[in-house]
Design a protein around this ligand. Structure first.
Ligand code: XMP
Ligand code: MG
Length: 181
């Protein structure tokens, strides 16, 4: 098959195209614009995976935005979650009375999303919503509601558009999934 890519020792096949991603990001932005209106919004983006999604999304948002990054890790380089979250870089800001949108590249078990939600809640935010480009419903184990979802996908390992396999593949414009051999 054409367009198979190899990252380290694994092969990946095309899954979600650049145009499909663009349309989904625009659609998400439309919903977020109508949810928050003209009120100032604080974006909290989970590094590293969501840097591209966040960059594309915020350019479609119409309200004044402040952008913050937190660094968390749960995968530690492999293709499955470890079940523990490490906060590597925190935000030094009081979120009292602020609207916050957490942006994630992908919600898998939901551990990262819940961790971030608690982190922001403890900083006093009045309203916290969660946006993710990709969501794996079969893997999701949390009660937390995910407010804005780009694509619901099966429980498969994906790369590209910010997502990596052992830190490689983030700069690929489309999303690829692990090829079944
Ligand atoms: P949890 O389980 O906390 O996981 O929802 C979220 C984080 O795990 C990473 N992740 C992936 N990374 N391809 C990746 O490159 C995947 O298919 C995948 N699934 C989960 C990602 O860092 C995400 O923020
Ligand atoms: Mg990763």
């Amino acid at each position: 098959m054409e367009n198979i890519i190899t990252l380290h020792d694994l092969s990946f096949e095309p899954y979600i195209s650049e145009n499909q991603i663009k349309d989904a990001v625009k659609e998400l932005a439309k919903k977020i614009n109508s949810e928050f209106g003209g009120e100032e919004l604080h974006i909290v983006s989970a590094l590293t995976g969501s840097f591209i999604f966040t960059a594309d999304l915020v350019r479609e948002l119409e309200m004044p935005c402040q952008i913050h990054f937190v660094k968390v890790s749960s995968y530690h380089g492999g293709t499955s979650s470890t079940g523990t979250i490490r906060l590597e870089t925190d935000i030094q800001l009081d979120f009292s009375n602020k609207n916050v949108l957490i942006t994630e590249d992908i919600v898998d078990t939901g551990l990262t999303a819940s961790f971030l939600f608690e982190l922001i809640k403890n900083k006093g935010a009045k309203n916290i919503k969660l946006a993710t480009l990709l969501y794996k419903p079969e893997a999701y184990k949390q009660a937390l509601n995910i407010d804005f979802v780009g694509f619901s996908i099966p429980n498969e390992f994906v790369v590209g558009y910010g997502l990596d396999y052992k830190e490689i593949g983030r700069n690929i414009n489309a999303i690829y999934k692990l090829k079944q051999s």
